[in-house]
Design a protein around this ligand. Structure first.
Ligand SMILES: C[S@@+](CC[C@H](N)C(=O)[O-])C[C@H]1O[C@@H](n2cnc3c(N)ncnc32)[C@H](O)[C@@H]1O
Length: 365
């Protein structure tokens, strides 16, 4: 894929809530395929004990970051994992030196080790959890949010202790002209292209204006659960992860321990290739977590990618697509049935809500 945007370290935390895939993936699936990104979707998938998982990304550095996640899962306790990644601050000793020593103990491939070492060196061995360009952009947006809404209004949102209180607070204090101004400034192609996507931001074909799209997505998040239980709201409005109860699912102790226990029996394959071409050459894949890779497709690929990958999937395998602002035009879904409606309640609990989720099942017609 000739897309310069995907050549750099863009994602380090999570821009999708892998809790959705964790619930969709059946246990003991023979072969799971997942787009890598930050790699934080992989630990939750391991918790479902697949026999094999292929982690695919065109970006070598994103794959290296995922390898780091897996090796820290294998080597360290939950508490040490949280410290290493920067979810939690406290560990005895000088934190940066401790992190460096922990890194040196890991059994990483030489290529990943040298890529990651230079990232950590530049970062003085501080956590890299929020170092992706995507994360930095949203931290910058949180500063604009503070300037427009005021720090006190934002802090008040995270202090709400019931969903009824939060809904009223959002209506009375957050929403209004300031909120609309904020969404209009940050939520549009020009801002995202200038700060992050370098011209690759998906083309909005949803029929909604950007303001409608982002207003509705945030409304779903405000209605769904307490802001403090949501990592995406914490990142975009506070500019940091402050509340443990809202950390991404990889940081959950039950998920972490289940993944750690499963890890020795899972074969992990790293694939630095275009997802569609690679899938087309496979056989009997049982589950594909596609991320929103298709939001960036253009031309024939946009309408034909499902037919390209069809032969690589086994009968009844699931494909989970996320569409961000862009629904693939004239997508040929033959050979698949759409079963999204079965999972509406699960999708409504997804903690980013910026995506239109589509779940497809492979079926011979
Ligand atoms: C599609 S991005 C989506 C992240 C986020 N939701 C967004 O839209 O900014 C997730 C990962 O997919 C990778 N990626 C993009 N296109 C790909 C392709 N054709 N094949 C394999 N990986 C791809 C990127 O390098 C990135 O790490």
């Amino acid at each position: 894929m000739a897309n310069r945007y995907f050549e750099q370290l863009n994602y380090t935390l999570a821009n999708e809530d892998a809790g959705l895939e964790l619930n969709l993936l059946p246990e003991n699936c023979p072969h799971v395929v997942a787009v890598c990104g930050s790699g934080s979707r992989i630990i939750p998938l391991l918790a479902k004990k697949p026999l094999k998982i292929s982690v695919v990304d065109i970006s070598p550095v994103q794959l290296a970051l995922c390898e780091l996640r897996i090796e820290t899962l294998r080597t360290y306790s939950h508490e040490e994992f949280l410290f290493f990644w920067g979810y939690e601050k406290g560990m005895p000793g000088t934190p940066a030196q401790v992190r460096k020593t922990m890194f040196q103990r890991l059994n990483l491939s030489p290529r990943s080790k040298s890529m990651l070492e230079s990232i950590f060196e530049k970062n003085l061995w501080k956590p890299i959890l929020l170092s992706g360009r995507w994360e930095k952009t949203f931290i910058f947006f949180s500063k604009i949010a503070k300037a427009i809404l005021g720090k006190r209004r934002i802090e008040g949102l995270f202090a709400c202790s019931s969903i009824e209180e939060q809904k009223k607070y959002v209506r009375d204090v957050i929403q209004g002209w300031r909120w609309n101004l904020l969404l209009s400034i940050v939520g549009n192609a020009r801002t995202f292209n200038a700060l992050l996507y370098r011209g690759s931001f998906p083309e909005n074909n949803t029929g909604m204006s950007y303001l409608e799209y982002y207003s509705q997505a945030y409304q779903r998040l405000f209605d769904q659960d307490l802001a403090r239980k949501n990592f995406f709201l914490q990142l975009t409005l506070l500019g940091e992860l402050r509340f443990l109860e809202g950390f991404p699912i990889e940081a959950d102790s039950t998920v972490f321990e289940a993944a750690k226990k499963a890890l020795p029996n899972v074969s992990i394959e790293w694939v630095s290739e275009d997802l569609v071409s690679w899938l087309a050459a496979q056989k009997s894949i049982g589950f594909v977590s596609f991320s929103n890779v298709a939001s960036y497709f253009k031309g024939n690929r946009e309408s034909a990618f499902l037919s390209e990958i069809r032969s690589g999937l086994s009968e009844t395998s699931l494909v989970v697509l996320r569409h961000y602002l862009h629904i693939p035009y004239q997508l040929d879904r033959s050979g698949f049935i759409e079963i999204t409606d079965k999972y509406r309640a699960l999708i409504a609990r997804e903690k980013v809500q910026m995506y239109r989720v589509e779940v497809l099942e492979r079926r011979e017609s």
